[in-house]
Design a protein around this ligand. Structure first.
Ligand SMILES: Cc1ncc(COP(=O)(O)O)c(C=O)c1O
Length: 410
């Protein structure tokens, strides 16, 4: 594509996108079409052998997407905690694709690697975590939790788990979380060799908070039975109701028993930035690792997840291999940050850019205000439901209100 065509078609696409964003409130959240209807719209053309006009292609594709998508950025989309995409982030993804950095190694992405490191520090500062922490951007909450889980597995398994794995050992490890924990923990236990039987599901109370007395009981029982407790995964904002576990008490237990404390704050951790946040949310700073999602409460376009680890060295200790064919050392007094050594990915995109741009565009105070407003709206909804004779308000945590319909006249 020539520079001339790129400009012409690109300007047209930006106009189309701006029009789409403007029109969003007037559209339906979704047309609710069936699988067959959507497949029919797309048709089942075989692999194109010949190309087509780029302008026409982009116009057709824009229409296809705008007419047949579900818009989580719609003002009346209240289904999940995925946020709308801030326009600065849309432009950020466009720019990131254009410079096409491989943020796996510093040498391949000098300024992008530094922007990612700065973004990590800003996210840490935003939620009150130590800013000399380690961390990296990932695709979302599942991956962010996996990184923390793996760091805990490496740090607390009392043998060289990276070399020996978990096979053929008499000792078996155990991990702890409440029964309200997101399903990432199933995948982590399965994929990383523990097996789902290694998960101890600690009951949560009526308000969905982990029962810390039961947690301690289970840890004690497991120690007596010869199991090795590794880590506790607490939730800062459970997926279903937004409940925040008693993180302070869990952190005390983890200190006593020398366990890794991982906090799944994929949804709720950003709310720790509010001065009025609950003490247990603020206690996230005590966690060894935290998962959090800019594509939830920082309004980044999908995908943007992030893991922070309190001790930066834990990431290379968990993930680094240095094959001969990677020569990414750099002369100078400062060692480069090579992200391929800090997580699961090798070639990595520039996800940090959209988050970094958003912090710079509106400042952290704007995020504090939007998060506060979301929480106030959920509370207003709870109060309205509580006052309604046919609705029973149930829970209200962070920006999630649950309720049920109780018909009076059947
Ligand atoms: C508490 C919690 N953890 C993990 C996840 C998984 O995040 P993702 O869908 O970004 O992988 C979610 C998603 O809603 C969540 O709410």
């Amino acid at each position: 594509m020539s520079a001339y065509d790129f400009r012409k078609i690109g300007h047209k696409l930006v106009d189309e996108i701006a029009g789409f964003l403007e029109s969003l409130p007037e559209r339906k959240v979704t047309e609710s079409q069936s699988v067959a209807e959507i497949q029919n719209v797309l048709g089942n053309a075989s692999l194109p052998q010949e190309g087509m006009d780029s302008a026409q292609l982009l116009k057709e594709t824009t229409d296809l997407l705008v007419d047949h998508s579900l818009f989580n950025g719609h003002p009346r989309f209240w289904g999940y905690v995925t946020s709308s995409a801030a326009p600065i982030g849309i432009l950020g993804d466009f720019l990131a694709s254009a410079v096409n950095q491989n943020v796996g190694a510093w040498q391949l992405s000098p300024i992008a690697s530094e922007i990612e490191a700065q973004t990590i520090r800003w996210i840490a500062e935003f939620i009150g975590y130590n800013t000399d922490c380690g961390g990296l951007m990932v695709s979302g909450g599942n991956m962010a939790n996996f990184v923390g889980f793996l760091a805990g597995r490496k740090s607390k398994t009392p043998w060289d788990v990276r070399k020996e794995g978990l096979q053929n050992r008499d000792e078996q490890v155990r991990v702890y979380c409440s029964d309200a924990t997101h399903t990432w923990v199933h995948k982590a236990a399965d994929l990383f060799g523990l097996g789902t039987d290694a998960i101890r599901w600690i009951p949560s109370d009526i308000d969905q908070h982990m029962d810390v007395a039961k947690l301690e009981e289970q840890i004690e029982t497991d120690i007596k039975l010869g199991f090795i407790p590794l880590l506790v995964a607490a939730s800062a904002g459970t997926v279903a109701t937004g409940a925040v576990d008693p993180i302070n008490a869990i952190a005390d237990l983890c200190e006593n028993y020398q366990l890794w404390l991982h906090v799944d704050g994929a949804y709720g951790a950003m709310a720790a930035a509010l001065p009025e946040a609950h003490e247990d949310l603020k206690a996230i700073h005590r966690a060894d690792s935290v998962a959090l999602d800019p594509h939830k409460w920082l309004y980044s376009p999908i995908e943007a997840g992030c893991t922070l680890v309190r001790n930066a060295q834990d990431l290379p200790d968990t993930f680094s291999f240095q094959p001969d064919y990677y020569q990414f050392d750099i002369e100078g007094d400062q060692p480069p940050t090579n992200y391929y050594e800090l997580g699961l990915q090798n070639t990595r995109g520039f996800r940090a850019l959209k988050v970094w741009l958003a912090f710079r565009q509106v400042g952290s105070s704007a995020f504090v205000e939007t998060i506060r407003q979301d929480i106030q709206l959920a509370q207003a909804m709870y109060d309205a439901f509580a006052a309604h004779e046919e609705l029973e308000a149930f829970t209200c945590h962070l920006s999630i209100t649950t309720f049920r319909y109780v018909p009076q006249y059947l």
